[in-house]
Design a protein around this ligand. Structure first.
Ligand code: M6R
Length: 616
């Protein structure tokens, strides 16, 4: 949700900034802009649309400077227009600012600044903050030039309510950049002859592996290739430089048409990576390096609360099923956005776990913080190495799925399911699960990557099926037990990338309402992989057929259908029950992908969405 890059070094900034911005486009893509300090004044270029529009504009009218900031926007305040795009420029032309977050008291500040003679050309909260910095800069005329700019940013932020990750430049300070963070991510890249700021390491790794993850309430003042990190109250902070291990080529598209397809095909590797080194030597249980909680303490846990948003919330629903089944620990799943405002009764033996691909989702972070504030032990499952959620939880498990660029989550989802399965095994073996059941489960898990490899090869068959359903406007996704969350995820995938209305339900719930939707125009996708409930699911399918509904079935090899019942089938291999949710997810992802592409949708950057929701 908005991406920021800043650069101060000795090379031309524009190319470096735009390369970084391209890598952050998944965070927002309705408009973008770039500002550099050129010949003593701030030159701002903005364009509506994708970053490529901005790149085109800079090609036509190149800028020359070694210092600059840029931004790709996901609109919060004000429509998608050039005026509302960042960077904003203060009305006195002194300050330019890029910002991710929401300034909640911007109306009050705007009235105050108007009374002081500042004017506004956009509807945004960011322009208000930009003018507020300029106001303080003017007031700080007595302060020595070396610290005047940073002091004015600091003073402005003390009057701000809301969230920000920001980078600012001042027309009078050709060698200075200021960044600050509260609630929205900001990371510094520390190169040999350059310092960068960005919302995500993805924008930095092609320049430097050395990064400083800023924490809330911190401000960085960069002067030349030196920087100082302080609190807003000017207390010095010793920066911790982390070296990130990130293969830049992992984030490239390669031969694939879309990141989403690439990431679907990367699932065998991502799942292998999620398992690597996590099984015990005797092959009956699991081990995790970073839980920071002893087996003894884990045995005392009598309840687990799982919190997440979107696709990660669906992963939690599957984890609930797995942990209750294999470890016999009661689990509850909450939307993080609801949990944070609810005073849910928890007891001291409750373990709170948050799940987030990015590790930066603001609602999930807030749920984590609220749980910590109340004294609960917290764990995080995240793909975001060094992310805020990873840093703030008591312990956690990294997914190691590699960068996920497509806005629609695919490999991160199945790798969360893999981590959840391994965790269920571990917790189960700490309690009642037998050695033999443990060994059988480990064997079942180890087979997953090769089985997924076979399923992705069905892509072209699924493409042919997809073509038949391209013009539908409604879809139902139905599954029972551990397939219910997969049905929910299937419906989310289809709606977010193809804009087809889709709903997920437990198959047996259909008759309590959704059956009213069934018609020739509303196909139903059933997931039938469990022999125990097969006859019931087949009855539900027959109810659909009796109402002229088309039936697409994802089934396992041994879950055979009555002749002629399904209009289309996608068959996955038989497997250990723990593997079924992962395996069943793949055809559902591929079907959504091919339908969306056939409809001409931009699957990697669906309308109105952003990959990482860092504002509430
Ligand atoms: O990074 P997170 O896992 O915390 O993100 C949570 C959701 O915003 C995310 O899963 C969203 O629902 C995706 N667009 C799903 O494809």
């Amino acid at each position: 949700m908005c991406g920021i890059v800043g650069h101060l070094g000795n090379q031309n900034a524009a190319g470096i900034l735009l390369e970084g911005l391209k890598r952050l486009e998944y965070r927002g893509y309705d408009s973008s802009g770039l500002a550099v300090l050129q010949d003593g004044s701030l030159a701002v270029t903005k364009r509506v649309g994708r970053v490529k529009e901005l790149i085109g504009a800079i090609k036509q009218a190149p800028v020359e400077s070694t210092i600059g900031i840029c931004h790709t926007r996901w609109a919060t305040h004000g429509e998608v227009t050039e005026e509302n795009a960042h960077p904003h420029l203060s009305s006195d032309g002194k300050i330019t600012l890029v910002h991710n977050g929401v300034i909640e008291n911007y109306n009050t500040l705007r009235s105050f600044l108007t009374s002081k003679g500042f004017s506004f050309s956009s509807e945004t909260d960011t322009e208000v903050l930009c003018n507020l910095i300029a106001y303080h800069y003017a007031k700080e005329a007595e302060t020595a030039e070396g610290s005047r700019f940073a002091t004015s940013v600091r003073k402005a932020l003390l009057h701000v309510e809301g969230t920000y990750g920001l980078a600012a430049l001042c027309a009078n300070c050709p060698d200075e950049m200021v960044g600050a963070r509260h609630g929205s991510p900001l990371i510094q890249g520390v190169g040999r002859e350059e310092i960068l700021l960005a919302s995500d390491v993805a924008a930095l790794v092609s320049r430097t592996p050395d990064v400083v993850y800023m924490n809330d309430g911190e401000l960085v003042h960069i002067v030349g290739n030196q920087f100082s990190l302080t609190t807003l109250d000017s207390e010095d902070i010793k920066p911790v430089i982390n070296t990130v291990d990130w293969d830049v080529s992992e984030g490239e598209l390669g031969d694939f048409e879309h990141y989403m397809l690439k990431e679907i095909f990367e699932q065998p590797t991502a799942l292998e990576n999620a398992m690597r080194g996590r099984f015990s030597q005797d092959g009956s249980t699991a081990k995790f390096g970073g839980l920071n909680i002893t087996p003894q303490d884990l045995r005392q846990i009598d309840r687990i609360l799982l919190c997440a948003c979107g696709t990660a919330w669906h992963a939690c629903l599957t984890m609930e099923f797995l942990i209750e089944k294999y470890a016999r620990i009661p689990v509850e799943v909450e939307y993080a956005s609801e949990f944070r405002y609810r005073n849910a009764p928890l007891d001291k033996n409750t373990l709170v776990m948050v799940v987030s691909q990015s590790g930066e989702t603001i609602d999930t972070l807030a749920a984590l913080r609220e749980s910590k504030r109340k004294g609960y032990t917290t764990l995080a499952i995240t793909n975001g190495v060094g992310s805020t959620i990873a840093r703030e939880s008591d312990g956690g498990i990294y997914q190691h799925a590699g960068p996920e660029v497509g806005v629609a989550s695919t490999k991160a989802f199945t790798s969360q399911l893999m981590i959840g399965s391994i965790l269920a095994l571990y917790l189960g073996r700490l309690r009642d699960m037998s050695f033999n059941d443990g060994v059988e489960m480990v064997e079942g898990l180890k087979q997953i990557p090769s089985l997924v490899e076979k399923i992705v090869q069905l892509s072209e068959d699924i493409h042919r099926i997809a073509k038949k359903y391209v013009h539908k406007q409604d879809f139902l996704f139905l599954g029972r037990q551990s397939m219910f969350p997969i049905a929910l995820e299937g419906a989310l995938k289809l709606k977010e990338i193809s804009y087809i209305h889709a709903e997920g339900y437990p198959a047996a719930e259909m008759k309590h309402g959704p059956i009213a939707l069934i018609s020739e125009d509303c196909p139903s996708l059933f997931i039938a992989t469990e022999p125990d409930t097969l006859s019931k699911v087949v009855s539900n399918m027959q109810e659909v057929k009796a109402r002229k509904g088309q039936l697409i079935v994802v089934r396992s090899e041994s879950c055979t259908m009555p002749e002629g019942l399904a209009d289309d089938e996608m068959v996955i291999p038989d497997c250990h029950p723990v593997a079924a949710p992962i395996l069943a997810s793949i055809p559902v992802q591929l079907l959504s992908y091919h339908i969306a592409v056939e409809r001409g949708c931009d699957v990697d950057k669906p309308r109105n969405l952003a990959k990482s929701e860092t504002v509430e």
